[in-house]
Design a protein. Structure first.
Length: 309
């Protein structure tokens, strides 16, 4: 019998199919924590990957941002063949692993007006070829979204979803949405995601709808987030709320407040971003978020469970 995600061990998780994972998330009833990390920067613990660090803090799902499937770089990871990078992260952490792919035509772009960690590379674009590579590498989830200033439009997400659903939809969970405007002024505030976008994303193949957490983007209130999540649930999709506006580096009281608003809005997966400083959220905020949505017992259980169980 398959367990809830918050209860299953590393060995049990390794045998889960896509459908098993979706069911395990659903049955966790809003207590799944996703933490985003950047592997191209120096890890917070220098020679220990940020992925391992966030796993030790209770994360259930590790999201790799700035991950290029053609040139995978995870600082602090033991030497492995490039095609084994994801499998090595899963071996070391015992967690689900997701990557971000960005639905835009490839061109070196930056949200900073200068060379930046966000600059887009061809291996990070949401193409069928890249999605197939990611699936072959062992990725559990592909997230179609946009980094700061890259310029990802919702219509481009829909187009990419349609293609990726056919190519890898039987193997990989497809998540779609934006944490912020991603450089598209007409898709800021409440227009980052509308109920119509939710419908179109799901019709195009999204298993999970991604939206900004209440309080992280101007205009995204608890009530508005609840409207979007109710829409997703009505169409049998899951919802992931996200902190993608550097508030992962705020004080713990703010994190707890956001966490409880996301819980009230109906989030199935709670995401905390990668820029506490740069590369991952502040460690104390990850544990504060975890305790807020599931208490100390489940938090410590996730932290303590051995990889050899």
């Amino acid at each position: 019998m398959k367990k809830r995600l918050i209860d299953c061990t590393a060995r049990e998780l390794a045998a889960y199919t896509k459908e098993d994972l979706l069911r395990a998330i659903t049955e966790s009833e809003g207590r799944v924590l996703a933490t985003e990390t950047i592997g191209t920067v120096t890890p917070m613990l220098v020679n220990i990957t940020n992925a391992e660090f966030v796993a030790s803090l209770g994360s259930d799902l590790i999201m790799l941002n700035i991950f290029d499937v053609n040139h995978p770089i995870i600082q602090g990871l033991p030497d492995v063949a490039p095609e084994d990078t994801i499998r090595e992260i899963k071996r070391l952490t015992g967690k689900m692993v997701a990557i971000n792919l960005e639905p835009v035509a490839y061109a070196p772009k930056s949200g900073q007006g200068e060379e930046s960690v966000w600059d887009l590379t061809s291996g990070r674009c949401a193409t069928v070829e890249n999605a197939k590579k990611a699936a072959d590498m062992g990725v559990d989830m592909i997230i179609l979204t946009g980094n700061p200033g890259i310029g990802v439009e919702n219509q481009a997400i829909i187009h990419a979803l349609t293609q990726l659903k056919e190519a890898v939809g039987d193997r990989v969970i497809l998540t779609a949405g934006k944490m912020h405007a991603s450089g598209i002024a007409s898709e800021a505030g409440e227009n980052i995601l509308t109920p119509e976008d939710v419908d179109q994303f799901i019709e195009a193949g999204a298993d999970v709808i991604l939206l900004p957490a209440p309080g992280t983007v101007p205009g995204i209130t608890l009530e508005y987030a609840r409207t979007l999540i109710r829409q997703a649930h009505a169409k049998e999709a899951l919802a992931m709320t996200t902190i993608g506006t550097s508030q992962e580096g705020a004080d713990e009281a703010t994190i707890r407040q956001i966490a409880l608003m996301c819980k009230m809005a109906g989030a199935d997966i709670h995401h905390i971003g990668d820029s506490g400083y740069m590369g991952m959220a502040l460690p104390e905020n990850i544990t504060a978020y975890s305790v807020a949505i599931r208490g100390k017992r489940h938090t410590y259980r996730r932290m303590a469970s051995s990889l050899v169980r």
